[in-house]
Design a protein around this ligand. Structure first.
Ligand SMILES: [Zn+2]
Length: 166
């Protein structure tokens, strides 16, 4: 028997099954993009998500995946809303998410303050996820997907993806 209105805690737990299509080791909770989950007075489930990167094509996939998981669990009345403000920053990523990124050899985001430095013309240090060297350079703004940049380590000469920060 499917509970027609499961507890919000249970629904949060389901979100762990929704992978980031860009980086499948990360789920949407690791990314920190699920802002809120609530039942409306009319018993419609309302989920708010904030895109990681404006125009990121992955967001459409994430919405579809969330819908699929809800439907698999018998929830047919739901609404997924995109909330643009406040804007997502890499600071919203969970510690676990950062750790997972590191394990798959993607340099974790260096934090929003560092990116503001970049905007102001300062050079951001991206550490090589393979050898840990800070002697790295960006080869391309766009890595294997639009949301990542391609870097190369000048120490071990390995190319690696860096999850782009906003
Ligand atoms: Zn290296």
């Amino acid at each position: 028997m499917v509970n027609p209105s499961p507890d919000i805690d249970i629904i949060w737990d389901w979100m762990k099954q929704v992978e980031d299509p860009e980086i499948p080791v990360l789920n949407v909770l690791d990314l920190g993009i699920v802002r809120s989950i609530a039942w409306s007075p009319e018993q419609v489930l309302e989920i708010s998500i904030t895109p990681t990167y404006s125009g990121c094509p992955a967001m459409k996939t994430i919405e579809t995946d969330i819908g699929e998981i809800l439907e698999e669990n018998g929830i047919t009345r739901y609404q997924i809303k995109t909330v643009l403000a406040p804007a997502w920053t890499t600071d919203w990523m969970s510690e676990e998410g950062r750790l997972k990124l590191h394990q798959v050899g993607i340099a974790p985001p260096v934090g929003v303050s560092a990116d503001k430095g970049l905007l102001m013309g300062k050079i951001r240090t991206v550490r090589c996820p393979i050898c840990g060297s800070e002697d790295t350079s960006m080869i391309s703004q766009f890595g294997s997907t639009a949301c990542k940049a391609l870097y190369r380590c000048e120490n071990c000469l390995e190319p690696f993806d860096h999850f782009k920060c906003i």
